[in-house]
Ligand binder design. Sequence first.
Ligand code: DCP
Ligand code: CA
Ligand code: CA
Length: 674
Amino acid sequence: MSAAAGTPAEGGGDRPWQSYHTAYTNAKAGMEGVDKEKVQKVIYEMSKGSKYFENEQRKEALTKQKIEHLHAQCAILTDNDISHFQKVAEKKLLELEASRDLSKIWLHTDMDAFYAAVETLEDPSLKGKPLAVGSMSMIATASYEARKFGVRAAMPGFIGCKLCPGLVFVRPNFERYTHYSELTRKVFQRYDPNFIATSLDEAYLNITNVCIERGITGEEVATELRAAIHQETGLTCSAGVAPNRMIAKVCSDINKPNGQFILPNDREAVLTFVSTLPIRKIGGIGKVTEQMLCQVLGINTCQEMLQKAAFLCALFSECSADFFLSVGLGLGGTETPEQRQRKSISCERTFTATKDSSLLFEKLANLAENLTDDLQKEGLKGKTLTLKLKTADFEVRTRAVTTRGYINSKEDILIYATKLLKAEMPLSLRLMGLRMSQLHDEKDDSSTSTQKTLDIFFRSSNSNLNVNGANGQSITNISGQDNGPISVTTKDEYLVPDTGTGASTDQQDFFVHDESIFIPEQRNLVNYNNEAVLSNPVIGDGLGGAKIDDVTPSAKVMNAEKLDDVGQLISHEATASSSKPGQQLWIDGYICSICGFELPPGFEEERQEHSDFHLAESLQQEETADSKRPICSGRLAEKPCSTTAPTPKKKLKSSKEGKHIPIDAFFAKCNKSL
Ligand code: DCP
Ligand code: CA
Ligand code: CA
């Protein structure tokens, strides 16, 4: 096996930026004509020497290591091994083919330049301007006008300014986005009451019944649904229709913005579609996976997975190989996933940094009230209460208490939350959040007696919060006067990383694969319909519909368990073991340890971008602190960093009818950017 053509030169040479690939250089819709090399050069030069840059290099080195290891694994495969795995692969392909279901029609919809479009709708003077929603540290999204310059989501604003001197900035307003998101969901509801919302601006709808009942095609549903969304919101979206969700999502990107692409429920059409489809277009295949498959096995398109099926089975875990082979066959989820049990309910607020303790306790009381309302509305109680704090210096801390009984009253929540907050005082905060996890339906709750012991403990002023800070976290039993057993979990994001686990975890992640790099989409779609996205809009941290790639290699979640005073096992909330600045982990496998944003494990690419966002955030903080000068000064023409005030809502006109890109041109374009 040899490395695929186009492997970037290693780090050096006349043009070092050519080997510098970050999330920012990966083209999004609307970035087709962008001079990729110019963008790469600007990004390289502006981030060289920074923490972000170092981290990118570290990630690059890890990927290289992974690739080398795979090469070595390939080299030791004997002819016998290969023929064995060929048989394994053939059997697997037959099984997968037998599972092909062409009876369902799925529609994936994705709003166009969502935050930017909402802001333009609210302030029509922004129309036609290169617009970035976000700040100098982080761009949440860019208008299509700005994308022409290479400006895109997850990029620090100061780099955006350099690429596009006339870039106009608008601060994000998440309440607005949630409002518009809810309007779109009302429309989705009409077509599929069990629609799956995967972010504020995206959803999957099973439109099989609508098509049958009304005797209309998937194409007609897509046209009608997009018109209805425009009618209700004044915003445009794009849609894809296909026999399964995996392909439907790819299709919704083809004629973006304000377009749609329909793939018929026909096996040949699906196979033809995947025969030229670049693997990176598949949700779950991010930069690292792409590089590995391309450089080790020469796989660029989905169909090439089939040609290399034996090697995929030989080199990867069964679960990963299954996923790759399904991609090659163009298979994806067709059944509506079971409604997943909600894992937690949370709320958080960002505010201007303050150290006024009475103000902070007042905010805490409001949060407790909101959390109580949400819990009671759903008839839930919880056992683990987590207090999340973001200090004025952007340090994120979480402090959790696990009770033996279930609670949901404002009084109880506030008692525990107050105790947790008091232990941190004095400090200046810019964000507070409360989360209740280990949820239980009220009707099954029989914990009244243990609750009493907890209450007594927390009301006791002599309780001893014995917190051990090793690795930025600890799990400690706290005994109050009545020996009521509870535990407290603490975590600081900015403490010393867990050097004991770092290197080996990287290796494990790589060899195990399953949960860290590739996860089949159909196993992981979460029905967020009534879940986190609605109840926990991403307030303050700016990643409504974040896109992602591979998990930070050292990411590790530990499930701590301890025996309580009476020898009973208490399961603690999973906490992260590493806490270096910018090192963000997925608590419980789906909650960002830094901002609490929730993303199911299948969304690997989104996760990478989300991680990149946090890195960019810390980079910008450092740079700002270092230079104490406005990073964009002199570079920003026209209206830099303007913050727009809301103006009366006006309807957007649909601007792009009949401008659809033919499928071949689309993929030719994609291939060029590989
Ligand atoms: N978002 C974010 N940070 C990111 C990516 C996205 O905050 N790194 C937010 C802003 C986007 C919204 O999520 O408006 C939806 O993300 P998309 O990836 O769907 O991008 P857009 O809707 O902005 O543009 P497109 O037209 O490409 O879908
Ligand atoms: Ca979108
Ligand atoms: Ca989206």
